[in-house]
Design a protein around this ligand. Sequence first.
Ligand SMILES: [Zn+2]
Ligand SMILES: [Zn+2]
Length: 435
Amino acid sequence: MKITFFGGAEEVGRSCIMISSGRTRVLLDSGVKPEDNSPPQIDDKRLKEVDAILISHAHMDHCAYLPHIYSKGYKGLTYTTKPTMELMNVLIADYMHLANPPDVTKEGLTALGKHFKILDYRKEFQIGDLKCEFIPAGHIIGSALIRVSDGKHTVVYTGDINLTHTRLLEGADLKDITADTLITESTYGGKEDVKANEKEQAPLFMKSIKDTILQGGKIIIPSFAVGRAQEVLLFLDDYINSGLIPKVPVYVDGMINKTMKIHRHNVIFCRKELQMKILMSDYDPFRSPNFTPIESRAQREEITKKDQSCIVVTTSGMVTGGPVLHYLKRWGGNSVNKLTLIGYQPKGTRGRALQDGERELMIDRRKVQIGLKVETFHMSAHADRKQLELIPKKVKGVQRVFIVHGEKEKSEDLKKLLEKSFDVVVPRIGEEYEI
Ligand SMILES: [Zn+2]
Ligand SMILES: [Zn+2]
């Protein structure tokens, strides 16, 4: 078996890995880099060799290269879970609109739409001489670990993974999985990345929001449209209903409104507790009366003029684009306001710059002075260092570990931790390994 890394190695973004048995070749993920949409380093000619594409989950760094691949004449199938397919359709349409990537054709997009194959979790399927399986990864709705076996070797690829349950999802299901090779993400693999859990973070997050509201400030929460947005909205809904946060308008802007609907009708993929809550009462947190969707530019303009405390949950999560920029332009100068970061902020993004103390941003070629407070809460859907250490131990039979999807230093840090027990490699882009 051969494993080739085309992206997402020594970096976060453009995940793309080929597994080859000699007879069959599958691509695991095909994403772009979130900060500049740069593609994975796979030559278009090699796309012809690909028999199937398996997508771990619907984040752009794992799936946004699909339109390019189909535009270059790929005729095979893309395998995903149902929520992943539905979310990808929405995210990719938006990406086409905003980024207008080169080489993507109308025909390619149509072909992509016709070549999805939906699979259930824990149901083995065959591609050529490879046996594959999706396993719940606990990261976002529909997210999957991917197991690929040629009968001799078995690889488990984590995609993005979270072991602890959240408001929305159960943690990854690593029960009874056997593999000799693990390809693991390392977003929070660094020495400093032992994170507080939600139980410890929640009261601090709540207090921070309450304080700003009591001072009459506005809170901007930039969020990924899928996953973090729903988690944070359910959190706010809960705390407003129980009186722990004063009742102020919660505006939901951008694609989050569409992805909320997809979560609602795929609630069967969410945690049992959440399903029961919806089933046993009239209350539906996905359609909470506490939320006001922003549906037009005029409406957005109107609320930014209001002199009233409020919370806005909006895209993009890394402040790279989307409506969040509008709110920052309008409210960013006022020190009573607050920007609360809740997800991973890669290098090179405005989110990371703000996190690192930058007080001046370029938005639409204009300098914007940043006076508002910037805070970070770890509500990320990624395993932290403690969990990343556990994963290769929980999967039975692991001998070698490839560390991907992390900044170079973080991947190297995790390597140091794991190499006492396993044969560990931090691959580079373009490298191929025989296992
Ligand atoms: Zn992800
Ligand atoms: Zn990712």
